[in-house]
Design a protein around this ligand. Sequence first.
Ligand code: EPU
Length: 338
Amino acid sequence: MQILENISLQAYNTFGIDQKAKYFVVIKTLEEAQKLVKEPIFLNHKRLILGGGSNILLTEDFDGLVIKNEILGIQKTKETTDHTYLQVGAGVSWHEFVLETIQLGLGGAENMSLIPGTVGAAPMQNIGAYGAELKDIFHELEAVEIATGSVHHFDKDTCEFGYRESIFKHQVKDQYLITGVTFKLSKKPQFNTSYGAISDTLQMMQVAELSLKAISDAVIHIRQSKLPDPKKIGNAGSFFKNPSIPASQFEQLKSTHPNIPGYIQEDGTVKVPAAWLIEQTGWKGKTMGAVGVHVNQPLVLVNYGGGKGREILALSREIQSSVKEQFGVTLNPEVNIY
Ligand code: EPU
């Protein structure tokens, strides 16, 4: 484990923003994580823990220590009649983990195929897509407490998962370094094709028999057709969260915009697709210098090459103002801004 200085972070964030880290370190084991939290450079600087860098926007150089988590490994830890438990290193790529579950015939992760990022970052914001969320297959996670270096385990209830939310973004923010996650996967998979686009795609692909692989292939197909590949065009997936608004406000908006989509939530609020709101304001497909709003999915902001983090931030603020002005709805970023 070596702490490097003045390292460009361009290769470590999927927006491809060229900002530097004052200090940079890679950790590959739990023991290295425990050692790192006692190092003077760690103790005396602000820190940024990176997984795949697929959910961050860098607007300036990071005047502290960037920690790249590369703890690998996938191990079966327990098996019951119905479930298999897999313990996965925080640095494993999320999609690599999903492919492994499909290979092993284990159900639960297939709808979340091709989400960028790492396993360790996934619980932070309870990632989800196409009718599934991390919390549906989460068993527990292992993390090093930064203040003491001791290892803690968090079960599902303790993590307080919500829509793109967890305790790690709030009560215990910056207090733990996640080193591994244990998933509870089904040996008798129940296929979930309720999300419209999946069944349409399966039909289009002329799938005769439903399988984990078929669902994964369909999700990969949908994502590749709608979302830009970060290896080609810099982006961090959805830039904003889908806002939830009071039912009364939704009814009012419906009277002026009869086509507005909305999904009623358990708490009575209505979740409105941010993509729809942004499209109505005319931002879909627009560019501002080297950055822009993706042409197929307006929730995704993109860096066409050489764009600055500050330009993306400025664009996001313009979009927020337009949506606020036209609909009275506040869009909050899903991406973490530094
Ligand atoms: N829509 C438009 N115009 C568009 C695209 C979408 O109006 O150009 C509206 C439509 O009404 C559509 C609705 O938005 O029915 C939902 O669109 P989509 O299915 O693409 O999903 P989303 O709500 O925009 C969320 C996640 C994505 C995830 C998809 C699929 C958030 C913030 N985003 O997007 O997650 O892949 O659902 O499940 O919840 C991510 O978090 O980075 C991410 C990509």
